[in-house]
Design a protein around this ligand. Structure first.
Ligand SMILES: N[C@@H](CCC(=O)N[C@@H](CS)C(=O)NCC(=O)O)C(=O)O
Length: 194
């Protein structure tokens, strides 16, 4: 199985972390999604990650990839008794990433084309999301689910692209949890770059 990935993508990282946790080896091909016609033949949305299955089928997006990998490996990352909490936590973490990634794209436009209100709206989603995560840390699962892994990938992306945000200030419980959780081999093996 081959994963079209990008070293900075929190969504691709989430898939790599989940594969690592499940003991699955994925061939990784790093690509730039921007203007990538070949990627678009696999995912019409033109986004990474995309998993190419052994039979050639393309699987996207990251939520689907993670769930399929977990299902095939009989993993416990989507536990039935905790499904609503785990999936909602994943949605919150992925949503923070959606806004964080979109804001980076917006910030790379020439200043005269940047839209301040849009930038502010993305930042509000990030900071409000962090505030809610801080209130949820106590409910994080001891046996981590897709939700906890998605949160770790989101925080890792903020460290990569939003160092100035200094998100640990004002979110001490989240910061403590992340420091401990980040020692997992799956997270150490997938530190984002770029
Ligand atoms: N919901 C998607 C989001 C994927 C995504 O936004 N990927 C970004 C890279 S982090 C991308 O490929 N963007 C290219 C584009 O928007 O054209 C997922 O979970 O896989």
């Amino acid at each position: 199985m081959k994963l079209y990935s990008s070293p900075s993508s929190p969504f691709a990282r989430k898939c790599l972390v989940i594969a690592h946790e499940l003991g699955l080896a994925l061939e990784v091909e790093n690509v730039s999604p921007i203007g990538n016609a070949e990627l678009r033949t696999h995912n019409p949305l033109g986004k990474v990650p995309v998993l190419i299955d052994d039979d050639g089928a393309a699987i996207y997006d990251s939520r689907v990839i993670c769930e399929v990998l977990n299902h095939r490996s009989l993993g416990r990352l989507f536990p039935g008794e905790d499904l609503q909490r785990a999936l909602t936590l994943q949605a919150l973490a992925d949503g923070i990433c959606d806004s964080a990634v979109a804001r980076i794209f917006e910030s790379r436009r020439p200043p005269e084309f940047q839209h301040d209100a849009t930038m502010a709206r993305y930042m509000l989603a990030i900071t409000t999301g962090l505030d809610v995560l801080e209130t949820l840390v106590d409910s994080f699962a001891t046996d981590p689910t897709i939700g906890e892994f998605a949160v770790a990938c989101a925080l890792g992306y903020l460290d990569l692209r939003y160092a100035d945000l200094a998100w640990r200030q004002g979110h001490p419980e989240l910061a403590r949890w992340f420091a401990d959780f980040s020692t997992r081999a799956s997270l150490q093996a997938t530190i984002p770059e770029g």
